[in-house]
Design a protein around this ligand. Structure first.
Ligand code: 13P
Ligand code: SF4
Length: 304
């Protein structure tokens, strides 16, 4: 154990804190965490983190805000406050209000990769692991899907009985992956199974064997059915995947690099500093949080 890890462990005990980390963060950050998971798994953990006074969130801002909304009585620390998600900024409350006014009969389904004010104006939140299931369950036939046009188009493919109108947002990391990048890598590793995140564009998704959230990738790898995988999502995921099946091979694209600078901002030293000084606390105004909580709790309910 490093000196930093020892000091973090002592402070965690003293402050009754739990560390939650996304699978895209640095391996040394994931090693400090009590739970590592995808957005959905982390939301569930945050909602049920009873018995803790503080949640330290190693991920990006929308994830820490979600934790605060679901566990308002807890102190939530985001060790680097600037760790944002560019997709979340691609829609705001004014744009969403205008979008809604054009389709008054539609339900608003909001990817959790969004601002709290966007969530507050939405009917239900989703993550990449439960979006298809939830859209199938809701009554409205017409859906406004915000902000990710790619996850929205993936849901539309899976649920053709609904009319899904997507906002034009995207994740810059996944949006940049071309079908040709996957084909090039497939040529070199023809026996590998291609696992891809639904934030990739529709044309690129056609080259995948399976479209999965990061948590679903880990579940599949644990089954140890395949020996070689081409992984088409942020590179941090290969660390938990390698732990899930130590004998399998995980190949990244040879012609494209999937690297989210925001997920990589948090280092162990930031976690230590945040705990030691009690800084970088997330605050969500309760009037907005109250409305966003309805959409998030509906997600937790419908995803069961
Ligand atoms: P997951 O829902 O798979 O955790 O993905 C979150 C994310 O930010 C993908 O870019
Ligand atoms: Fe946002 Fe993309 Fe980074 Fe996920 S990988 S946090 S969607 S920029």
């Amino acid at each position: 154990m490093t000196d930093t890890a020892k000091r973090i462990a002592a402070l965690k005990k003293e402050q009754n804190a739990v560390i939650l980390a996304h699978t895209y963060t640095h391996p040394e950050v994931q090693d400090l965490a009590d739970f590592v998971g995808d957005s959905y798994g982390l939301s569930k953990k945050a909602a049920s983190a009873d018995g803790y006074d503080t949640i330290i969130f190693a991920g990006v801002r929308f994830m820490a805000e979600t934790a605060k909304i679901l566990s308002p009585e807890k102190r939530v620390l985001l060790p680097v406050l600037e760790a944002g998600c560019p997709m979340a900024g691609m829609i705001d409350e004014f744009k969403l209000l205008n979008f809604k006014s054009q389709y008054p009969d539609a339900a608003v389904v909001c990817y959790v990769n969004s601002d709290v004010r966007t969530k507050a104006l939405s009917d239900v939140c989703v993550t990449s692991s439960n979006a298809v299931k939830i859209v199938r369950k809701i009554d409205e036939k017409r859906i406004l899907f915000v902000p990710d046009r790619h996850l929205g188009s993936y849901v539309a493919e899976q649920v053709p009985e609904k009319e899904i109108i997507c906002w034009n947002g995207f994740c810059p990391v996944h949006d940049a992956v071309k079908a040709a990048d996957v084909m090039e890598t497939k040529k070199l590793f023809p026996g590998a199974v291609v696992l891809m995140h639904p934030e990739c564009p529709a044309e690129t998704r056609k080259t995948a064997d399976l479209i999965l959230s990061t948590g679903q990738m880990e579940e599949l790898v644990k089954e140890k059915k395949y020996r070689q995988y081409i992984i088409v999502t942020e590179s941090g995921i290969t660390y938990p995947l390698s732990k899930a099946d130590r004998s399998a091979e995980f190949i990244e694209l040879t012609t494209a690099s999937l690297h989210c600078v925001n997920m990589k901002r948090i280092m162990p030293g930031h976690i230590l500093e945040s705990l030691e000084l009690g800084i970088h606390e997330i605050d969500v105004p309760e009037n907005t949080a109250k409305k966003a909580r309805i959409a998030l709790e509906k997600m937790l309910e419908l995803a069961k």
